[in-house]
Ligand binder design. Structure first.
Ligand SMILES: NC(=O)c1ccc[n+]([C@@H]2O[C@H](COP(=O)([O-])OP(=O)(O)OC[C@H]3O[C@@H](n4cnc5c(N)ncnc54)[C@H](O)[C@@H]3O)[C@@H](O)[C@H]2O)c1
Length: 273
C-alpha cells in the first residue's frame, strides 16, 4: 500500500465515460496506482487529452451501439491484452419532469446509453474475463435508483443496473469474475455543473438533503470504485455501495423537523463568551 492506496500494477483497466467526471477521476486514480488505463468515451478529443495526461490509451466507443463494446474488445485484445478491470461510467441524465412531459425519445436514449450500454460492455468484457477465470467489473448506478425522484427514465434505468449487477455477479462468480455497483449521490462533475447551470438542480437543496451537508467529489466515487474493483474487495460481489454523502439516510427526518445542524465543536464551546 502506498499513500495512494493499493497498487494496481499489472491491472489493465477500461473505463467507459473516462473522459469526464466520475470516469475521468477513476481513470486518473487507477493510473496513479499503476494500472494501464484505457480511457474509452464517445468524446474522442477529451478521451485523448485525459489519456495523454495520465499516460494511458484512449479509445472511441459509443456504448449504445450494438457492436461498439465487442469491436472495442477485439481491438484491445491486440493493443493492450486482456482487460482485467472494467468500469462502466458512461451515462447520460435527464431534467426532472412530470411523467406526461417526458419525451419518449429521451426515455429511449437513456435506456440505450445507461442500461443497454452497460449491459453490452459487461457482456463483451465480462465474457472474456470469465473465460480467463478472473476479472472485476464495477457498474455505476445512482442513489436515485434506490428512492423515488422525478427522474422517470433515469431512475428506473439505474435501478435496472442494480439488478443487472446482481445477475452478472451470480452468472460469473464461479468463473472468478466479481461484479459490483457504486451508487453515487449528487456528485460535482461537468454533467452536474450543466444541470445546475440550466436550473435543473439546486446545489443548496442537494447539500442540505445530505447528512454530510455537501456534494460528493468525483474523486471520492473513484476511491469507492477502486476499492470494489481491487484485492481489498476480493470477497465482495453483487453489492451496491452508495457513495452519497448520506443522502439516503436523511429523508425520514423531515417528519421530525429535518436533520440537525452541526454541533458546536469543543473549540467553539471553549471560546464562547
Ligand atoms: N454526477 C452525479 O451526480 C451522478 C450521480 C449518480 C450517478 N452518476 C452516474 O455517473 C456516471 C458518470 O456521470 P458524470 O456525472 O461523471 O457525467 P459526465 O457527463 O461528466 O461524464 C460522462 C461521460 O460519459 C460519456 N458518454 C456519454 N454517452 C456516451 C456513450 N453513448 N458512449 C460512450 N461514452 C458516453 C460522456 O462523453 C462523458 O465523458 C453516469 O453513469 C451517471 O449517470 C452521476
Amino acid at each position: 500500500m502506498s499513500e495512494l492506496g493499493a497498487s494496481m500494477n499489472g491491472t489493465v483497466a477500461l473505463v467507459t465515460g473516462g473522459a469526464s467526471g466520475i470516469g475521468e477521476a477513476t481513470a486518473r486514480l487507477f493510473s496513479a496506482r499503476g494500472a494501464t488505463v484505457v480511457v474509452a468515451d464517445i468524446d474522442e478529443l477529451r478521451a485523448a487529452s485525459v489519456a495523454a495526461e495520465i499516460g494511458g490509451i484512449s479509445a472511441h466507443i459509443n456504448v449504445a451501439e450494438p457492436d461498439g463494446a465487442e469491436n472495442l474488445a477485439l481491438r484491445l485484445d491486440d493493443l493492450v491484452g486482456p482487460v482485467t478491470v472494467l468500469v462502466t461510467s458512461a451515462g447520460i441524465t435527464q431534467p426532472p419532469t412530470p411523467p406526461e412531459a417526458l419525451d419518449v425519445e429521451l426515455w429511449d436514449r437513456i435506456m440505450d446509453v445507461d442500461v443497454r450500454g452497460t449491459w453490452l460492455c459487461a457482456a463483451a468484457f465480462g465474457t472474456r474475463m470469465a473465460s480467463r477465470g478472473a476479472g472485476s467489473i464495477v457498474t455505476v448506478a445512482s442513489v436515485t435508483a434506490m428512492r423515488s425522484t422525478p427522474l422517470h427514465a433515469y431512475g428506473p434505468g439505474k435501478a435496472a443496473l442494480i439488478t443487472l449487477t446482481a445477475n452478472l455477479a451470480a452468472e460469473w462468480g464461479a468463473s472468478g469474475v466479481r461484479v459490483n455497483c457504486v451508487a453515487p449521490g449528487y456528485t460535482m462533475t461537468p454533467a452536474m455543473a450543466a444541470l445546475i447551470d440550466s436550473g435543473a438542480r439546486d446545489p443548496a437543496l442537494m447539500e442540505s438533503a445530505s447528512a454530510l451537508g455537501r456534494l460528493v467529489p468525483a474523486e471520492d466515487v473513484a476511491l469507492a470504485i477502486a476499492f470494489l474493483s481491487g484485492r481489498e474487495a476480493a470477497s465482495i460481489t453483487g453489492v451496491v455501495l452508495p457513495v452519497d454523502a448520506g443522502w439516503l439516510v436523511t429523508p425520514t427526518w423531515s417528519t421530525y423537523g429535518g436533520i440537525p445542524g452541526a454541533r458546536p465543536t469543543s473549540h467553539e464551546k471553549e471560546t464562547r463568551p
